[in-house]
Design a protein around this ligand. Sequence first.
Ligand SMILES: [Zn+2]
Length: 232
Amino acid sequence: MGQPRNNPFQALLGLFMPRRCSACDQALMAFERSICTACLADLPRTRFHDDPANPVERIFHGRVRLEAASAFLRFERGGLVQHMLHRLKYRGDAEVGLELGRRMAEDAMHSPRFAQVNAALAVPLHRRKERQRGYNQSQLLVDGLREVWPLHDLGRGLLRTVRTSTQTKRGRTDRWDNVKAAFEVTGGERLRDAHVLLVDDVVTTGATLEGCARVLQEVPGVRVSVLTCACA
Ligand SMILES: [Zn+2]
């Protein structure tokens, strides 16, 4: 995976070039990790975690049964969150993914609604897309999250089998079947009886997360909760 943190060349470069905040581009202090103290204080937290009727929960109502669903931050056009997620997805900034994962964990892990979660799983990218990008941004969030929150690693418990789903001019049911068909469970035995925290970078329509949750729930005893870094 494209994690530059142990790269000796990067470390050497760091001696000469100041590390910069992934949100505001200001130079970081030695103790800061990827996001400066001022930006961390300014992050637009949703504070949704304890609310069973929060807007992320409502996205999934009547579609798929989830134990809990929430998002860490509010996505604002042109804001800090958009900037960081852009760096994570398109600029190879693995460090900001790890840091956001750690902060997501600190934010959500003490909520009673997430207390039962015992394993974490990233929404997969199609293999070809992951190869192009060099990493799966949601897996970086999970890696950071698990540094703080002691959840089992389900590794590649899910596989994305269809690269894109054409969702135009299809009926609702039809479209959902389509999304569900895009995922396949590979880690069936490891998943058995797990309460999975399904992690993605952003939730918008919820179709991808719904597709993942539905196939996971076909494994006996599996329960699913959802946590995303941001919600639109
Ligand atoms: Zn900053």
